[in-house]
Write a protein that binds this ligand. Structure first.
Ligand code: AMP
Length: 396
């Protein structure tokens, strides 16, 4: 079956058309600047060169029309519209309601809307994407795949904050975790690579991209993860702070005479390795380059990033009791042998030992631990779109 995977943001829309039988990507692309001047669709049909079309996209309905046009046009299209068997939508927040992917109906859409206050930037955009697809492809079944679902197996001791319990009861304030599709895919893939059943393994997944999170997966189920109520908690990220003392917010507001919105923007958009490097870059390629050339800001940022990952590996090792494998994934985790080395060189407390030669790998599956390492260290590229396509095919 041919499955269209949609990842809809407020002003962008990423898509992939995947053959769920062969798992081949038939076409993938991106609509940028939806609702803003200068919008364009960029896409690559399988085996062909990248195509860019500048075209006004006042809303997501038009963006979806252009995606369908790109996929089906007579010149370089790859399918007939009737061949698209289902659409899988990435949904950021499923609250406590969704513990797995579901076929979308009116009730599901209402439930996604109900948890929108937990992800005010993302869930409304995801819903707009669903409605636009329903309009363009009436009758085609659609599936919602939630970023939070994999983490719903966390026990209460891991997901509760030390707040009055009534705040959890009244408002649902708790750890939800994100990147769940990636943590799920990578932990299952790692078990397959190791030739074992996921239920027999304790795995720590380090999803290190522009957004970054760690999860502890015991016997195939998530027992803890570093992101929280929102994707701001946990690791130091590209531009996000990760864990800080909550009192910092009021402290900055008083010192800078700024608003909650200003500080929230600062914590999300101007902090992380970008902020720590004094604005040098949020991109690890630039930071690594600066690090080796002796730039103090780049060194400070990358060292703090790696140390925070190490701390989470330490605490999740304790939570899991023992660790069989540590997986590195996403942009930095898959590509940066430099960052992996900074982290893995400090894993002697669990008997983890890096094979430096094996670690020279970028974007490919590989075991990177030494033969006498007590923990298997591995690079496992994530594939959230494929995971969404698999769930979608299974459900429809
Ligand atoms: P993601 O959010 O998973 O797409 O990851 C994006 C980030 O991965 C970029 O901002 C870069 O910091 C990082 N990245 C991508 N390629 C490399 C590379 N070859 N070396 C180091 N970092 C990389």
């Amino acid at each position: 079956m041919k499955i269209l995977v949609i990842n809809c943001g407020s002003s962008s829309l990423k898509f992939q058309l995947i053959d769920s039988d062969s798992e081949a990507v038939i076409c993938k692309g991106l609509c940028e600047r939806i609702g803003i001047d200068g919008s364009q669709i960029v896409y690559t049909p399988e085996g062909k060169d990248k195509i860019t079309k500048v075209s006004p996209m006042p809303d997501h309905n038009r963006a979806i029309e252009l995606v369908i046009e790109a996929l089906t046009n007579s010149e370089n299209g790859v399918v007939k519209l009737s061949e698209i068997g289902a659409v899988g939508h990435r949904i950021v927040h499923g609250g406590e309601k969704f513990t797995k992917s579901v076929v979308i109906n009116e009730e599901v859409m209402k439930a996604i809307e109900d948890v929108s206050d937990l992800a005010p930037l993302h869930n409304p955009a995801n819903l707009i994407g669903i409605r636009a697809c329903q309009k363009a492809m009436p009758g085609v079944p659609m599936v919602a795949v939630f970023d939070t679902a994999f983490h719903q197996t966390m026990p209460e001791e891991a997901y509760l904050y030390g707040l009055p319990y009534s705040y959890y009861e009244k408002y649902g304030i708790r750890r939800y975790g994100f990147h769940g599709t990636s943590h799920s895919y990578v932990s299952k893939r790692a078990a397959k690579i190791l030739g074992k059943d996921a239920s027999d393994l304790n795995i720590i997944v380090c999803h290190l991209g522009n957004g970054a999170s760690v999860s502890a997966v015991k016997g195939g189920k998530c027992i803890d993860t570093s992101m929280g109520l929102t994707p701001l908690e946990g690791l130091i990220m590209g531009t996000r702070t990760g864990d800080i003392d909550p009192s910092v917010v009021e402290f900055i507001m008083k010192k800078e005479n700024s608003s909650v919105a200003d500080v929230t923007n600062l914590l999300n958009k101007k902090s992380g390795v970008f902020g720590l490097s004094n604005g040098l870059s949020s991109d690890f390629r630039d930071l690594e380059d600066g690090y080796v050339k002796g730039d103090a800001g780049a060194k400070r940022a990358v060292d703090a990033f790696a140390y925070r990952v190490l701390k989470y590996i330490g605490s999740y090792s304790a939570a899991l009791g023992s660790v069989d494998a540590i997986c590195f994934t996403a942009g930095v985790g898959e590509n940066s042998s430099f960052v992996r080395k900074l982290i893995c060189d400090r894993l002697s407390f669990i008997g983890g030992k890096l094979d430096e030669e094996a670690n020279d790998v970028h974007g490919k599956e590989r075991i990177i631990s030494a033969s006498d390492s007590k923990v298997t260290l591995m690079v496992v590229p994530t594939n959230e779109e494929l995971a969404i396509a698999r769930d979608t095919a299974a459900l429809v």
